[in-house]
Design a protein around this ligand. Structure first.
Ligand SMILES: Nc1ncnc2c1ncn2[C@@H]1O[C@H](COP(=O)(O)OS(=O)(=O)O)[C@@H](OP(=O)(O)O)[C@H]1O
Length: 412
C-alpha cells in the first residue's frame, strides 16, 4: 500500500533495515516497580537526583537489534502458569523462576529414565529398548485447564483474556496496565506474552495456561503493544473470542517515533540520527519502512482491525492524557471494561523527579511506585525541521484516524 509522502508501505519491518526490532519483535520483560525515591542509577528524567528507577528482568528476544547483528536469536515464548509456585500473576515466571522449576523436574525425569532402563535390563529375558525409544521426547503438550474454581493450586481458573491492550508501542501501555492492576477485579499478566504475534503456534490452551487465575466477575487482561501492527493479530484474536475488548493507547506519532528511537538508541549506541533514519532512503522521502515511522500510521493499522472487529469493541486511550490526567483516562477504561471506578485520582500523584504520574499504593498496600527507567526516558534532541516534516507527513493519517475513531487527539 502506498502512502502519501512516503515510499513503499506497511509491508516490511524496520528490521529489514537491520536497525531495530520489527513489529513482531519485542521483549518478555518483567517490569519491577520500585518505591519512589528508592534511589539508584535511574537514567530517566530526574536520574542522578535520587530519582525513581526500575529494574527489568528480561526474557528479551529482539531481532536485528543492531546494524550488523549476528543471526537472530530464536524467539522465546513465556512459560506457562503465572501463578505457579513462586508466581503471583503479576508477571509470567521469569527465566530464573522457570529454570528453577524445570531443573528438579528434569532431574526426576532423568532418574526415572535411568532407573527404568536399569530395571528393564535386569528383568530376565528383557531386551534393550529399540533405538526409536531412545529418541528425544517430543515437546510436552500444552497444559490442560486446571481444576477450578477451587483447584488445588488456588482459587479461580485460568481464562482467556476478555480484554487486551493491543497497542501502541511507546504509547503508555505499561502505565495503563499497572494502573489497572490496582483494581481488585482486574488480573493482568505482568509481562508481554506475544501470543498473537510470535507464539501463536503454541496454541490457545498454552496461551490460557499463562493467564492468572480469576474468579467469576474478574477481568483477565494482557498487553502486547505489537499486536496492533501485526497483520494476523485481528483474525487470531477474533477466533479466540469475537467479544474481546480491545484497548489502544495512542500518542502523537511524532513523539512516539522519537520515543521508539530513544529506546533503540539506548541499546544501540552509534545509531544514525533520527532524521537520517526517518528520511534516509533516497531524496529525503519519509521512510515508512522504518518501524518507528510506520507504527504511527494508526489509521492504516486500524483499518485492518476494522475489517474484523466493529469499532464498538475498541477503546482508544490518549497517551498524552494518561500523563496529564491519568485518573480520567483510567476511569474511561474501567467503564469500558464494565468495572466499578475503583482506581481514582487518589491512586496517583505527580512525581516531580520522575516527571510523570506515579502510583500511590499497590493493591493490598505497599509503597508508592513509579514506572522504571525505560519509561519516561529523556528523548534525544531532534531538529525542529525534522519534527515539522514528520508532523506534516502524519497530519492526513491523523485526521483520518480521528474520523475513524470519532475522537480528536489534538496532535495537529
Ligand atoms: N506514569 C508514567 N510513567 C512513565 N511513563 C509513562 C507514564 N505514563 C505514560 N508514560 C509514557 O509511556 C511511554 C512508554 O510507553 P509503553 O509503556 O507503551 O512502552 S512499551 O511499548 O511497553 O515499551 C513512555 O515513553 P517515553 O517518555 O518516551 O519513555 C512515557 O512517556
Amino acid at each position: 500500500m502506498r502512502v502519501p509522502g512516503g515510499r513503499g508501505g506497511l509491508v516490511t519491518a524496520g528490521a529489514a533495515r537491520g536497525l531495530e526490532p520489527g513489529p513482531d519483535a519485542g521483549c518478555l520483560v518483567r517490569q519491577v516497580w520500585v518505591p519512589a525515591g528508592a534511589g539508584g542509577a535511574g537514567r530517566g528524567r530526574g536520574a542522578g537526583r535520587g530519582g525513581t528507577h526500575g529494574r527489568r528482568a528480561g526474557l528479551c528476544t529482539r531481532r536485528n537489534a543492531r546494524p550488523a547483528a549476528p543471526a537472530a536469536p530464536a524467539r522465546r515464548c513465556p512459560m506457562a502458569g503465572s501463578d505457579r509456585p513462586g508466581g503471583d500473576g503479576s508477571g509470567v515466571a521469569g527465566p530464573g523462576r522457570g529454570a528453577a522449576l524445570r531443573a528438579p523436574r528434569a532431574a526426576v525425569l532423568l532418574c526415572a529414565l535411568v532407573l527404568g532402563a536399569f530395571c528393564l535390563r535386569a528383568l530376565p529375558g528383557s531386551r534393550p529398548p529399540p533405538a526409536r525409544a531412545r529418541a528425544p521426547a517430543p515437546a510436552p503438550p500444552p497444559l490442560p485447564e486446571p481444576p477450578g474454581p477451587l483447584g488445588v493450586r488456588g482459587p479461580g481458573r485460568r481464562r482467556f483474556p476478555q480484554a487486551l491492550i493491543v497497542g501502541v508501542k511507546k504509547g503508555g501501555t505499561r502505565a495503563l496496565l499497572e494502573a489497572l492492576r490496582l483494581h481488585p477485579d482486574v488480573r493482568a499478566l505482568g509481562s508481554e506474552p506475544h501470543f498473537f504475534d510470535r507464539c501463536y503456534d503454541r496454541g490457545l490452551a498454552w496461551y490460557r495456561s499463562l493467564m492468572p487465575r480469576t474468579l467469576d466477575g474478574q477481568v483477565t487482561l494482557e498487553k502486547t503493544p505489537s499486536y496492533f501492527v501485526t497483520r494476523e493479530a485481528p483474525r487470531r484474536i477474533h477466533s479466540m473470542s469475537p467479544n474481546t475488548k480491545l484497548i489502544v493507547v495512542v500518542r502523537n506519532p511524532v513523539t512516539r517515533a522519537i520515543s521508539d528511537y530513544a529506546q533503540t538508541l539506548s541499546k544501540t549506541p552509534g545509531l544514525p540520527s533520527f532524521g537520517a533514519l526517518a528520511f534516509g532512503r533516497g531524496r529525503g522521502a519519509v521512510d515508512t519502512a522504518w518501524s518507528a515511522v510506520r507504527i504511527g500510521l494508526y489509521a492504516l493499522h486500524l483499518a485492518r482491525w476494522l475489517r474484523v472487529f466493529p469499532l464498538s469493541r475498541f477503546l482508544f486511550v490518549s497517551g498524552e492524557r494518561l500523563v496529564s490526567d491519568p485518573a480520567g483516562e483510567v476511569g474511561r477504561v474501567q467503564d469500558f471494561l464494565g468495572l466499578r471506578r475503583v482506581v481514582t485520582a487518589q491512586h496517583f500523584y505527580f512525581n516531580a523527579t520522575k516527571g510523570f504520574p506515579c502510583l500511590r499504593k499497590a493493591r493490598g498496600g505497599g509503597r508508592a511506585r513509579c514506572l522504571g527507567q525505560s519509561k519516561g526516558r529523556p528523548h534525544p534532541r531532534v531538529p525542529a525541521a525534522v519534527v515539522q516534516r514528520l508532523r506534516d507527513f502524519y497530519r492526513p493519517f491523523n485526521r483520518r484516524f480521528y474520523r475513524m475513531t470519532g475522537q480528536d487527539f489534538g496532535w495537529d
